[in-house]
Design a protein around this ligand. Structure first.
Ligand code: CUA
Length: 328
């Protein structure tokens, strides 16, 4: 058993939900059963290979027929162990599949490459799921609103031991009751494109009273969220007008030294080397930081654009990208 206050073991992250201890117990049962069987079988095999090795002048091999009691024993004993594993696992599976009736429901929308959490009062948060501690929470999840087309994701919180695929055109759900206040990591565990490994979020487990307070204030933060996104693009626009506009057009009639950047996001770009590239955040980032990485067809190579690696801060790059994304 793991000390509830610990930071986990060699095999497992901390246990931070009510189901975690049972899942870990089953895991360790299966692991040690397999380990003991492996050592016993391999050890016996190695010993017999050595003991009955060929020796010149040794006893002649005699054919051996079956040994009924032995064969029944090595079939029936593992059968019971496996039935035990199945029954234990099935019970755990049902516990995980059926949320308690009083569970608080939160909607989860997965997009390339972010997690959006929506509460029943309209509160909305990107990349941060706030939940009260010691209260069952059910997540109703779907993949939706992805401009590039919806794909399959998977929602995984190792500390809670919950994981479920998140599919377009369908709801899936997980439930948990968090037992440890603080921050827990969310991963996407279904490959969903270039930004898959960056598709992270946090779960913030708060005392119920603090959570209620936040939820009330978060009454309609969807507007705030909208503002935040625009805030980012607004900052990007300032930067763009300082450094980019001399060479790149943000609208028809702009500068033509570099490729125009309006109506570009999400489209395919032809490259000088004959290849093609999808214009996404990563491509834009690469082109801003290291302009020579990919030269657009019809433009000079090497690129006359200075590399902005080490010049722009990370959030400035993201702000610029957000701005370029608004150039429709
Ligand atoms: Cu979303 Cu991987």
């Amino acid at each position: 058993m793991i000390d509830p206050a610990s930071n986990g073991t060699l095999f497992m992250p901390p246990q931070a939900s009510t189901v975690a201890p049972e899942i870990d117990a089953l895991y360790y049962f299966i692991f040690y059963t397999c380990l003991i069987c492996f050592v016993a079988i391999m050890g016996a095999g190695a010993y017999f290979v050595w003991k009955y090795r060929y020796r010149p002048g040794g006893p002649k091999a005699v054919p051996i027929h079956h040994n009924t009691p032995l064969e029944i024993a090595w079939s029936v004993i593992p059968l019971f162990i496996l039935i035990g594993m199945f029954a234990w696992g099935y019970k755990g599976f049902l516990d995980l599949a059926v949320a308690p009736k009083d569970a608080m429901e939160i909607h989860v929308v997965a997009q390339r490459w972010q997690w959006i959490f929506e509460y029943s009062n309209g509160a909305k948060e990107i990349g941060l799921l706030r939940v009260p501690s010691h209260r069952p929470v059910k997540l109703l999840m779907t993949a939706d609103g992805d401009p590039g087309g919806n794909v399959i994701h998977s929602f995984f919180v190792p500390d809670f031991r919950v994981k479920s695929d998140v599919l377009p055109n369908r709801y899936t759900s997980v439930w948990f009751e968090a037992t440890r206040e603080g921050t827990h990591q969310v991963f996407c565990t279904e490959y969903c494109g270039a930004g898959h490994s960056d598709m992270l979020a946090k779960v913030e487990v708060m005392p119920q009273a603090e959570f209620d307070e936040w939820l009330k204030k978060g009454g309609d933060p969807s507007e705030q969220q909208q503002k935040d996104v625009l805030f980012m693009a607004e900052k990007g626009k300032e930067k763009f007008q300082q450094i980019c506009f001399a060479c790149h057009a943000a609208a028809p009639g702009g500068a033509v030294i570099g490729p125009p950047l309006y109506k570009k996001f999400g489209t395919m770009e032809m490259l000088a080397d004959g290849g093609q590239v999808q214009i996404d955040e990563n491509y834009m980032r690469e082109s801003i930081l290291t302009p020579n990485a990919k030269i657009v067809k019809g433009y000079p190579s090497p690129s006359p654009m200075p590399p902005f690696q080490g010049v722009l801060k990370d959030w400035q790059v993201r702000a610029l990208i957000e701005y370029i994304k608004t150039l429709k």
